[in-house]
Design a protein around this ligand. Structure first.
Ligand code: 5AD
Ligand code: SF4
Length: 485
């Protein structure tokens, strides 16, 4: 692609939005690695630059357009140096806007939807030759069958916790959400493929597997017996893969939390005591208008059963304020629900009308000022609960999976079972291992701790057994924003 520079061609991928996009960005890098591309952390020396976009809320798409504006300069600079920079837009904005992107931002050479990433080598070559290539089809073939696995070295570089997409798409059609349109109908990967991918990751040193999907607990992939399996059964199977110490899954829909999955939170030691379960609103009338298929009581009943199965579970959620027609009293139902559940953390958003979704058509839109006011009040309630959750962890011990060095020399950072970032003083050799830590203080959305056993414990030992008698603990689960739910 680059006509002047020698050496491997360089790829820069910038990911917006959810974990699904982080995973897809890695898969894009893996597919292009087979063609000789190496990843660079510097957009300035890239031959191919991919923006992997998110369309869930308005601001996300606008951010992409302003980034594309800035890229014009980069492309001109490259041309001045005799290089050709190929700019690609991938992800949900690509899917939703298609050709419109090239019209609005002529700097773009390639628009590629999430179902076409396995065709990237061809598409990139064509775009570099001709420019202006758009591929946003939903091909009948399964892209996962064609996506290259990462090398062991690439896996190690990505750390001790890895995402594995097990499910894509959504059939729920919440009235505010674009996901069913941009990501299409639900699709579950078969058990054998998932087990292979997890085994490869574990062999390369990954200790924690995070199963992801827009609707992950609706997963119903085909088992080796030719019949659909449940997510709970899949989790039990993955816990048997040598080297896998911890499992998490996200993002779930309350209606798909079946008894078996709830029981797994009590029975399966590798399953971490943490769950992201978006509720969106605490008011039954609003939930109905959102087409959420559950009311306030049904959500609270799922929460009660989860807490019964796993008393220390850290719960998090997504909320939308100012959904069309939401009254002050209904908003207060949401505030009350935050305190009733005692969330460890939560994401909250102002309702953003998405073209083509039913709620965008409503003439009962809530004013911007009202939305801003409700968002601030909701965030205050969430912060209060999160701080209480974190504070209650102090004085307890738990198993921490260490990931990387901290900001200060001699400091290492990992994740607690409840997903909080944890900082301790310890050797760099802790990276990729699990060790028991006593939590001593809270930071901003994080914990400080001291190592209990100086030598890292066997990474495969379950964190459950690492801290017997771990009484109900409340912690602040902090994690990457989830895809639509
Ligand atoms: N406006 C505001 N928030 C939205 N989300 C999804 N669609 C919208 C929208 N139109 C939020 C939901 C979802 C999270 C990923 O994004 O809370 O769970
Ligand atoms: Fe599906 Fe979630 Fe979007 Fe609802 S909010 S349509 S469950 S992705």
């Amino acid at each position: 692609m680059s006509s002047v520079t020698s050496g491997p061609r360089k790829l820069y991928v910038k990911s917006y939005g959810c974990q699904m996009n982080v995973y897809d960005s890695q898969r894009m890098a893996d597919v292009l690695a087979r063609e000789g591309y190496v990843e660079t952390a510097e957009p300035d020396d890239a031959d191919v630059l991919v923006l992997n976009t998110c369309h869930i809320r308005e601001k996300a798409a606008e951010k992409v357009y302003s980034e594309l504006g800035r890229l014009r300069r980069l492309k001109q600079d490259a041309a001045r140096d005799g290089r050709r920079l190929t700019v690609a837009v991938a992800g949900c904005v690509a899917q939703a806007e298609g050709e419109e992107i090239i019209r609005r931002a002529p700097v773009v050479d390639l628009v590629v939807g999430p179902q076409s990433y396995h065709r990237l080598p061809d598409l990139v070559a064509r775009a570099a030759r001709e420019g202006r290539v758009v591929d946003t089809e939903f091909p009948a073939e399964d892209k996962f069958d064609h996506l290259a696995p990462p090398t062991a070295a690439a896996t190690r570089a990505r750390g001790a916790a890895a995402f594995v997409t097990v499910q894509e798409g959504c059939d729920k059609f919440c009235t505010f959400c674009v996901v069913p349109y941009t990501r299409g109908a639900e699709f579950s990967r078969p058990v054998a493929r998932i087990v292979d991918e997890v085994a490869r990751l574990a062999e390369a040193g990954v200790r924690e597997i995070r199963l992801i999907g827009q609707n992950v607990n609706a997963w119903h992939g085909e088992g080796p017996d030719g019949r659909p399996w449940t997510l709970s059964r899949l989790l039990h199977r993955l816990a048997e893969v040598p080297g896998v110490a911890r499992l998490r899954y996200t993002t779930s829909h309350p209606c798909d939390m079946d008894d078996e999955l709830i029981a797994a939170h009590g029975d399966l030691p590798a399953l971490m005591p943490q769950l992201h379960l978006p509720v969106q609103s605490g008011a039954t009338r609003v939930l109905a208008a959102m087409n959420r298929r559950h009311d306030r009581a049904a959500y609270l009943s799922v929460i009660a059963r989860l807490k019964a199965a796993r008393p220390d579970i850290a719960l998090s959620s997504d909320f939308i304020v100012g959904f069309p027609g939401e009254t002050e009293a209904e908003f207060r139902d949401t505030l009350a629900l935050v305190d009733e559940v005692g969330f460890a953390s939560a994401y909250s958003f102002k309702y953003s009308p998405r073209p083509g979704t039913p709620a965008a058509e409503s003439d009962a839109q809530v004013s911007e000022a009202e939305k801003a006011d409700r968002l601030a009040r909701l965030q205050a309630a969430i912060d209060r609960n999160a701080a209480a959750f974190n504070a209650a962890t102090v004085g307890r011990t738990g198993a921490v999976l260490f990931e990387h060095p901290g900001k200060h020399p001699g400091q290492m950072v990992g994740r607690s079972p409840w997903m909080q970032p944890v900082q301790v003083d310890g050797p760099a050799t802790l990276a990729g291992t699990i060790a028991t830590v006593r939590f001593t203080a809270t930071g901003t959305n994080s914990l400080f701790g001291t190592l209990v056993d100086a030598a890292p414990r066997d990474a495969a030992t379950s964190p459950h057994s690492a801290s017997p008698g771990m009484a109900p603990v409340r912690g602040n689960a902090v994690h990457v924003a989830a895809a639509g739910r």
